[in-house]
Write a protein that binds this ligand. Structure first.
Ligand SMILES: O=C(O)CCC(=O)C(=O)O
Ligand SMILES: [Fe+2]
Length: 513
């Protein structure tokens, strides 16, 4: 038996001591884990308390939205997931419980989405990287970005081969890399991305300088060593060519590389108008008037609508205070459960498609849905003097961060003669666009051909004719919705069709006079 010899007894005592030690080690590990969990819980608590104070306001800021999504993707997988796993690499009970919330939490797809949104906003509104990183956006402030937050932004741009934004964000990361010691990002890693993106953007000399800096920090970095030799060789060759009088300089493309459309005059004008710039002078500004309109309609006699002319040809007006905050809230509540994916009717294939150029969600509301809708439709009819019976139902659209709608016509062109065939009411003669919110920054409706920009005013509506009396399209009505920079934008569209308007197009509401 075991206990017959002294030697065995001795081993048993040692085993007993080891067990105590095992238990202590286990306790230490668990204590460490609990401490980590405690830290994570307070981190989340702190964040959620702040965000829930005003969720709409909070998530309406693109920097905060990025940080929030990043926390539950990159940060989670790196810092939190390991704490929730046992030695065998499987989720422990707590981990499994938390996993049940997954479907409500942001995903990597959302991360790509928020990063793309941030980069688009940076371009359209010409925001400098440092201001964004400081949380300073169009006068509204958010959290700050750490070196690592900037680094991850740069890395995602890099993965999309967008070296222009990689440079901007890696430079910002580099400036911030010493901010605190707890940073999980190393200077070397930033230099590595910076050097390669500089090279990709045609700046070999800068790539070499950065690579040398990287090698000072990490002399054994073998890829950096070979890159250094490669850049030196390229520069020497360039020198050779130059000495022979040839212009061998490699052009430095320190610019955003974009497709042709984004370089087009129209797109450039669109973005300038979005930023609030003046793109062309309007000769007839002095002829514009404001007036009270009642159209001799009983609905308006007691309370005429305030009409503000914005442009004469094409005729474009703003009607102020056409709907109350209370009514707007009813409409939003009706729309929320119906908001679908951003889709658009492809006039060529006749199918509904998810449209990248239109990032918003929309829903249709009918008069029968609620008395508020019915009343609003009647008010639109009274104000425009047009028959809304043949109009499309009220379309409610909700734009989130960077939500936008690139330049388009509301009417169907000749080549798209089938566009509204199903409706059987002809082309879209006029557009009524209600602003259901103010937008903190961005989100204007702009008309690039005539240089008009309309910043949303809650409760006001823009109105214009899309067609001349002849039925011919008015091309100068081309317009776009600018990306929302901060805030949420709600609008509702009422597209009025040709049918029923034969005797209605009233005097003073003419596009061609
Ligand atoms: O949201 C806007 O400012 C414009 C929307 C628009 O043009 C449309 O929905 O057709
Ligand atoms: Fe439109």
């Amino acid at each position: 038996e075991l206990f017959t010899s002294m030697a065995h007894m001795q081993r048993a005592l040692e085993a007993e001591r080891d067990i105590a030690e095992e238990i202590r080690q286990y306790i230490r590990a668990q204590e460490e884990k609990l401490k980590n969990l405690e830290r994570i819980a307070s981190e989340i608590d702190q964040h959620s308390a702040k965000a829930l104070e005003n969720p709409e306001y909070y998530l309406a800021n693109p920097v905060d939205a990025y940080l929030f999504v990043k926390y539950f993707t990159l940060d989670w997988d790196r810092d939190i997931d390991p704490v929730l796993k046992n030695n065998t690499g499987n989720l422990d009970d707590l981990g499994k419980k938390i996993e049940l919330h997954r479907q409500d939490l942001p995903t990597y797809e959302d991360l790509t989405g928020t990063v793309n949104a941030l980069l688009r906003l940076q371009d359209t509104y010409k925001l400098d990287t440092t201001s964004i990183a400081r949380g300073d956006l169009g006068g509204s402030s958010s959290s700050q970005l750490s070196a690592e937050d900037c680094f991850e932004l740069g890395r995602m741009a890099y993965n999309e081969e967008d070296y222009y934004h990689t440079l901007l964000w890696m430079q910002e990361a580099l400036v911030r890399v010493n901010d605190t010691e707890r940073q999980p990002v190393k200077r070397q890693a930033v230099l590595d991305y910076l050097a390669f993106s500089s090279f990709k953007q045609g700046n070999i000399l800068h790539a070499l300088v950065l690579t040398k800096e990287l090698l000072l920090l990490e002399p054994d970095h073998s890829r950096a060593q070979s890159n250094k030799r490669y850049y030196e060789k390229l520069l020497a060759e360039e020198e050779q060519v130059n000495r022979h009088g040839d212009d061998g300089t490699i052009p430095i493309q320190n610019k955003r590389q974009v497709d042709n459309y984004r370089n087009s005059e129209e797109f450039v004008t669109y973005e300038r108008l979005c930023r609030g710039e003046e793109t062309q002078e309007y000769k007839h500004k002095h002829k514009l008037v404001c007036r009270y309109r009642d159209n001799k309609n009983p609905l308006l006699l007691l309370q005429p609508v305030k009409e503000e002319e914005v442009y004469l040809d094409p005729w474009l007006v703003i009607f102020h205070d056409v709907i109350s905050d209370r009514e707007l809230n009813v409409i939003k509540q009706l729309a929320v459960p119906k908001l679908g994916r951003a889709t658009v009717h492809n006039v060529v294939t006749g199918k509904l498609e998810t449209a990248n150029y239109r990032i918003s969600k929309s829903a249709w509301l009918r008069s029968e849905d609620h008395p508020v809708i019915e009343r609003f439709n009647r008010r639109i009819q009274a104000i425009t003097g047009l028959d809304v019976e043949t109009a499309e139902e009220l379309q409610i659209a909700n734009y989130g961060i960077a939500g936008h709608y690139e330049p388009h016509f509301d009417f169907a062109r000749k080549e798209e003669k089938d566009a509204f065939r199903d409706l059987g009411t002809g082309n879209r003669i006029a557009t009524w666009l209600t602003y259901m919110t103010n937008v903190e920054a961005g989100g204007a409706t702009v008309f690039p051909y005539i240089g008009v920009k309309l910043f949303p005013i809650k409760g006001a509506a823009a109105f214009w004719y899309n067609l001349y009396r002849s039925g011919e399209g008015i091309y100068n009505t081309r317009h776009a919705a600018c990306p929302v920079l901060v805030g949420t934008k709600w609008v509702s569209n009422k597209w009025i069709h040709e049918r029923g308007q034969e005797f209605r197009r009233p005097c003073g509401l003419n596009a061609d006079e």
